[in-house]
Ligand binder design. Structure first.
Ligand code: ATP
Length: 633
């Protein structure tokens, strides 16, 4: 029985051994890491969401998904994104058809649907399983479409092939020791004898001749699929289901030898990831939800560990992750379809699904095509497998101990050895981690002491800084006082200077007026003198004309001229002197105005200088008066 695609049958173990006998390197050389493909499917609102008036908060583009939230939308990028308009045919053509090519080329591929309850996982994987006139209906999901497409293509491409399917269901993670009862060879019932807690159902691999056979096998296997009604979904799957399709294709080599190419497709419909409170889970169903969440949680931890390239991936912590082990970080080509609801009602679960799926994007697998085996070798393996199973059955029926073939025993020994190796690896990892922890502890202690030192330094610096601050502020206050008193002194000085200057200007103006008056007086007096002189001369000449000789007349003219020149000279001198005084006066006034502010700073000296200037001006005026008086004719 090949119960799962993660656990190995004797046949697979034998194949593996053969691979390691020389062919493994060749296979390894061809290994190429590829990321897991992650796509998102968002369905339209369903009746329950419409009735609750829950608005649509999801917008999609071919690669991006926007979740409305304030203040800004949250955006996620995936390999592909499908909105409500994408029907079942589109999903199949875009996602599954390329995967089927890989299966036919001899690869193991896994496609699993993950998402909150009622978001459409079962609709996507199974959908409508009924057929009309031998054809699928439009709501048929990935499994029926795969079976129909596979048989159609294989029949068209080759005559020699076989298809086998198996179905298993897993819904309780409390199972510890799985015991098998084989009364019905087509149906497997494994029960935890100790606790009677859980059942893992399914059937062995069965050969199917056409697509309808395959669908029948799926229906048979899932007939008892554990489903219950939740607040969210009337027909909610409470278990994880795995439907596997194995394809054997015969190829005849040029030397005439027949080789078998084997490819496998695992279609996984996970149970809903759900929040217990919101889905209305009570009592047993709450426990059930807890178990479902527990296995999904382990799946999440494995995804995180793979994402972070951890040395240890906790695959063994749940049956589900043991089943999916080769599909996550192994040699399988894997695609995850994350299903979400568009309604605001499911906001939290949608974000959680998208975060989960987004992390899975970074997981890298190294797909390797299965080794082709000769028909003869395969038949031999099947015969020995049947022999082993027969003997196991016999021993079980006779309740006569447990029979095991030499090969099975060797396999178990090998498995045991590999577990021991694994344990040893873990012990070494643990040891190296302990060393690291100790190193970190030491580092931490050192860091702690340097932190204390730094804190002490900091405290000292703070005290020092406080002192400096105090000093600076006292200097600033003192300087400010000085500046204020200087400013007061300056403004007082400026007032005094202004007063002094105004007084001096007024005095200068008075002097100027006096000077102008003197000039005017001198002018008019000189005009009078000149006129008087001329009158006297003409009277004298007219009286004594006849007595004058020519010589006398000439001498008179010349003395008249001299007198005239002397008067002119005196007048010119006086005018020049007065002009000089006016210039000096103006310069003084300008000087006073220009020096107003500097005077304010050293006023005493300037006031003395101004007073000196005024005294010298007064002196000039007095001298001038004396001179003018002397020049009187
Ligand atoms: N893309 C879709 N288009 C139309 N109807 C859909 C779509 N996806 C889901 N539905 C409908 O939504 C309901 C819930 O879907 P389904 O049972 O597949 O959800 P689920 O995720 O498998 O839930 P659970 O985890 O509880 O089993 C069903 O009535 C289904 O027909």
């Amino acid at each position: 029985m090949d119960m799962s695609f993660g656990s190995e049958s004797g046949l697979e173990r034998a194949r593996k051994r053969r691979r390691s006998n020389g062919n493994e390197n060749i296979a390894r050389n061809g290994e190429k890491e590829i990321n897991i493909q992650v796509v998102v499917r968002c369905r339209g609102r369903i009746d329950r969401e419409i009735a609750a008036n829950s608005p649509v908060i999801i917008k999609t583009t071919p690669r991006e998904i926007y979740v409305k939230q304030s203040p800004a939308d949250k955006t996620y990028t995936f390999d592909k994104v499908y909105g409500p308009e994408a029907d079942q045919a589109k999903i199949f053509d875009h996602i599954v058809v390329p995967i089927l090519h890989e299966v036919k080329a001899g690869y193991n591929c896994t496609l699993f649907a993950y998402g909150q309850t009622s978001t459409g996982k079962t609709y996507t994987m199974e959908g409508d399983l009924n057929t009309t006139d031998g054809s699928i209906n439009k709501d048929a999901g990935i499994i029926p479409r795969t079976l129909f497409s596979l048989f159609r293509d294989l029949e068209a491409e080759t005559q020699d092939f076989s298809v086998k399917v198996s179905y298993i269901e897993l819904y309780n993670e409390d199972l510890k020791d799985l015991l098998s009862s084989t009364d019905d060879p087509r149906k497997l019932k494994i029960q935890d004898e100790g606790t009677k807690k859980g059942i893992l159902t399914g059937h062995e691999e069965v050969l199917v001749k056409n697509a309808a056979d395959g669908i029948r096998a799926l229906k048979q296997g899932s007939i008892k699929r554990h489903a219950s009604q939740t607040n969210y979904n009337k027909n909610s799957s409470r278990s994880h289901s795995v439907f596997s399709i194995t394809v054997h294709i015969k190829e005849t080599m040029p030397d005439g030898e027949d080789l078998l190419k084997v490819g496998k497709l695992n279609l996984v419909d996970l149970a809903g990831s759900e929040c217990i409170g919101r889905t209305g889970a009570e009592n047993n169903r709450a426990k059930e939800a807890g178990n479902i969440n527990k296995s999904l949680l382990t799946l999440g931890r494995c995804i995180n560990a793979l994402n972070e390239r951890c040395l240890h991936i906790p695959f063994r912590e749940s049956k589900l992750t043991r089943l999916l082990q080769d599909s996550l970080g192994g040699k399988t080509k894997t695609c995850i379809i994350a299903t979400i609801s568009p309604a605001k009602l499911s906001y939290e679960e949608t974000i959680s699904t998208l975060d989960y799926a987004h992390r899975a994007k970074n997981i890298r697998n190294k797909p390797v095509a299965n080794q082709r085996v000769t028909k003869k070798a395969l038949i031999k393996e099947y015969i020995s497998e049947i022999e082993r199973l027969k003997m196991d059955l016999q021993a079980a029926r006779e309740k006569n101990g447990f029979y095991m073939t030499h090969e099975s025993y060797q396999s178990l020994i090998e498995e045991n050895r590999s577990r021991k190796d694994e344990n040893e690896d873990l012990r070494r990892v643990n040891e190296s981690l302990m060393v690291k922890v100790q190193e970190l502890c030491k580092e931490n202690t050192m860091l702690e002491s340097s932190r204390n030192e730094l804190e002490n330094k900091c405290t000292k610096m703070q005290i020092y800084q406080t002192k400096i601050d105090e000093q600076i502020s006292s200097v600033v206050t003192e300087t400010q006082g000085h500046v204020d008193s200087q400013n007061q002194a300056i403004s007082a000085c400026q007032n005094i200077v202004k007063e002094v200057t105004d007084t001096e200007i007024r005095r200068l103006k008075e002097h100027n007026a006096l000077l102008t008056k003197i000039i005017e007086e001198a002018n008019s007096r000189m005009v009078l003198m000149r006129e008087e002189l001329l009158t006297n001369i003409s009277t004298y000449i007219s009286t004594n004309l006849n007595n004058f000789t020519n010589v006398q007349a000439e001498s008179l003219k010349s003395s008249f001229g001299k007198v005239h020149d002397s008067i002119k000279e005196n007048v010119d001198y006086i005018l020049f002197f007065l002009l000089e005084q006016i210039c000096r006066f103006s310069t003084n006034v300008l000087l006073c105005l220009t020096l107003k502010i500097p005077i304010g700073l050293c006023r005493e000296a300037n006031i003395t200088a101004l007073e000196g200037m005024m005294t010298s001006n007064t002196k000039y005026f007095n001298n001038l008066k004396v001179k003018l008086d002397k020049k009187k004719f």
